[in-house]
Design a protein around this ligand. Structure first.
Ligand code: ATP
Length: 396
């Protein structure tokens, strides 16, 4: 199966001032299940269309294996049908006047595959997608999920090297989406087909893809496994875009723009980041630890809201003027209005500079006591605090 490489791929539509895709470089390896993820209008579909060859790039390059298929610089544009890979867009429109089997057979007929082989391939793919029993039905006699399986079977029957799917599950209700997610995963494992799919739904991307490319405003923000993207977002946009409930953001600068102790203290220890200051600190809701007991590692907080979400709970915490959200799968033992103590473990903190770029912590930084965080927050918010954070405040 082919490897697809994009190098500085850029697309500027006529009449637009900003590029829709801006200098995107990435490689989709053989057998990979990659999701292009990002908000509406960030350029995901445009990338898919350029890979398919139904849109020309403005600059940069697309290569399939080592063969350049689109490069203005090299005056090269190979049309879709000659790109040595089968590119198939998700298309739900089944032929209403054809049975399921004829629909699945459709692409093979176009390819003039001999009748016996067509029959075998159709039966094989329909069996794998569990639609054999509907072979003689018409699309109108199928549920939405069954129709989607037929659409997928029709694509897979032509044995594409790469499957391009644009928001493949967007028309389905929650139950069918879940069913089809499982179907897509199974399909990828069974056929080993390289799949590139487009989604704006981070949950879908996390559950399906083995690689996620996060896009914003035409630019690639980060590429990595779902775990990497979640655990080490490379910038504030990715941190905020991935995760539900959203990551908590804590501003580390006071209104007079004075750098706060924790930021300067941590950054001072990083030679490569000396000139940069953390502006925002972030922590995932599930990383906050709530306890009854105040220790030198905790911050005093009030429980404002406890929101059940079915098997898990989201708890809104207040700390002075700040609001933080904690999520847990254990039934909370507290009530709204209770005073509790929250530990924000230092290794769980993410720091971002003014431009939203991640500031990497050294191992030494990670071992810093959590008091560093409390020392970073405006002192008036600590009026009720029993412990002192003076030692760290002095160092900064
Ligand atoms: N044919 C076109 N002519 C001009 N501008 C276009 C054209 N197609 C897309 N665009 C613009 O390019 C940008 C990226 O569009 P694209 O469809 O690739 O985004 P997307 O991330 O797939 O969005 P969505 O999730 O809403 O489908 C958008 O600002 C869009 O308005």
């Amino acid at each position: 199966m082919p490897t697809i490489t994009l190098t500085n791929l850029t697309k500027c539509y006529d009449g637009n001032t900003e590029p829709s895709v801006n200098q995107v470089s990435l490689t989709v390896e053989d057998g990979e299940f990659m999701c292009l993820l990002g908000p509406s209008g960030c350029g995901k579909t445009t990338i898919l269309r350029m890979i398919a060859g139904i849109e020309h790039s403005t600059s940069g390059e697309i290569a399939v294996d080592n063969l350049v298929v689109d490069s203005v610089h090299q005056s090269c544009f190979i049309p879709p049908e000659q790109r040595r890979i089968g590119l198939v867009f998700q298309n739900y429109a089944l032929w209403p006047h054809m049975t399921v089997e004829r629909n699945v057979d459709f692409g093979l007929r176009l390819q003039k595959v001999p009748a016996q082989e067509r029959k075998e391939r159709c039966l094989d793919v329909m069996g794998k997608l569990r639609i054999l029993e509907y072979a003689d039905r018409y699309p109108s006699q199928l549920s939405g999920g069954q129709q989607q399986r037929v659409a997928l079977a029709r694509m897979l029957a032509v044995n594409p090297g790469v499957l391009l799917l644009d928001e493949p599950l967007s028309n389905l209700d929650a139950t069918l989406r879940l069913e089809m997610r499982a179907e897509l995963r199974r399909l990828h494992q069974t056929f080993g087909t390289t799949i590139i799919f487009v989604s704006h739904d981070q949950w879908e991307a996390m559950t399906l893809a083995n690689t996620i490319a996060v896009m914003n405003k035409g630019q690639l923000q980060q590429i990595g496994t779902p775990d990497e993207i979640y655990a080490e977002p490379s910038n504030r946009f990715v941190a905020e875009f991935i995760g539900n409930p959203k990551i908590n953001l804590i501003k580390l600068k006071e209104s007079n723009d004075k750098p706060i102790n924790v930021a300067s203290h941590i950054l001072a220890r990083q030679s490569q980041a000396e000139s940069r200051l953390a502006e925002v600190c972030a922590i995932r809701p599930e990383e906050i630890i709530l306890t009854d007991n105040a220790t030198s590692h905790t911050l005093p907080m009030t429980i404002e809201n406890i929101m059940p979400t079915g098997g898990s709970w989201v708890i809104e915490l207040s700390f002075g003027e700040d609001r933080l959200f904690h999520s847990t799968q254990s039934r909370p033992k507290w009530r709204e209005g209770d005073q509790i103590n929250a530990n924000l473990p230092t290794p769980s903190l993410h720091f971002f500079d003014h431009d939203g770029n991640r500031l990497a912590l050294t191992d030494n930084d990670k071992e810093l006591d959590n008091l560093l965080l409390s020392s970073a927050l405006p002192s008036h918010k600590y009026a009720n605090q029993k412990h002192t954070n003076q030692p760290y405040a002095k160092q900064a």
